[in-house]
Design a protein around this ligand. Sequence first.
Ligand code: OFO
Length: 163
Amino acid sequence: MLTKKVEEFCNRQIEREGYSSNLYLAMASWAEAKGLSGIGAWLYAQSDEERAHMLKFIKWVNERGGNALIPEFKKPPVKYKGIPEIFAEVLKHEQFITASINEVLEVAIAEKDHATTNWIQWFVKEQVEEESSAQQIIDKLNLAGQNGVYFLDRDIMKLRDND
Ligand code: OFO
């Protein structure tokens, strides 16, 4: 059984994972409309993963005797400056999500909720991978210089290792 506090933080995380999914969906659509279908495909896949993260939290809350609430989501930006800016934003957003997951973990520890403390380790590991894959893309873009976006669009799907 979840305590009220753990339930509240998990519900907060449902909103954050859902917003992440919509944010990456908005970025995917923007990139695709600019003709960058490779980068678009990467972002669509990322958006799907975030939806799966949201569902994991929904199911966990309900399974543990809580009530998972489906919130309203803030509208993500519709315009972006460019691909380097998008990936800088992806990294920043993932760092925010990492901090948020850590807060859920800290609340679970404080509430002596060993089950949630154990369950959420999957997310702790996932965040290490997500931050690292965003950083890897930024590094490649920086290395490639002028034609970086072109090469990234061509090769980005090869960088996905987890689907
Ligand atoms: Fe990209 O992170 Fe979900 O958890």
